[in-house]
Design a binder for this molecule. Structure first.
Ligand code: 5GP
Ligand code: ZN
Length: 129
């Protein structure tokens, strides 16, 4: 499909069918957005594990960190900076927060569209389970 055939813009070309996070990016399923820019979107986790639990994702479909490559270098930096911004604007900078990327089912990844968890608002133990 050529870009002019795509109603949803260029990112639709990269959207994976049946990827729930691509559908959130496309506005096809609702989410509580807390931040967005031209390459990243952040929204509240549907099953929060802390008082603040936000997911930061690229608009582009990348299945996991393991699928990222050198072409994604700037994008990965953007995602981290978006996570810091979300945390700061959520009042977590002083109390502390954690960013997590689960890579692979063995590490707990359940949605195969790259995402950073931003968790805060309660004491966080280390190491995680
Ligand atoms: P993972 O386990 O892959 O690291 O994280 C996936 C996260 O996505 C989980 O924390 C889960 O609660 C969240 N999640 C799954 N489906 C949805 C959804 O439809 N909407 C939102 N907002 N979060 C979701
Ligand atoms: Zn996706």
């Amino acid at each position: 499909m050529w870009p002019e055939d795509s109603a949803g813009g260029d990112y639709e070309l990269m959207a994976e069918q049946d990827c729930i996070f691509c559908k959130i990016v496309a506005g096809e399923i609702p989410a509580q957005l807390v931040y967005e820019d031209e390459r990243a979107v952040a929204f509240r986790d549907i099953n929060p594990q802390a008082p603040t639990h936000v997911l930061v994702i690229p608009r582009e479909h990348i299945a996991s960190l393991d699928e990222a490559n050198d072409a994604h270098e700037n994008l990965l930096g953007r995602l981290l900076l978006a996570a810091a911004r979300v945390a700061r604007e959520g009042g977590l900078a002083r109390s502390g927060y954690r960013t997590v990327i689960n890579n692979g089912a063995g590490a707990g990844q359940s949605v195969f569209h790259l995402h950073l968890h931003v968790l805060g608002g309660r004491p966080l133990k280390w190491p995680p389970g």
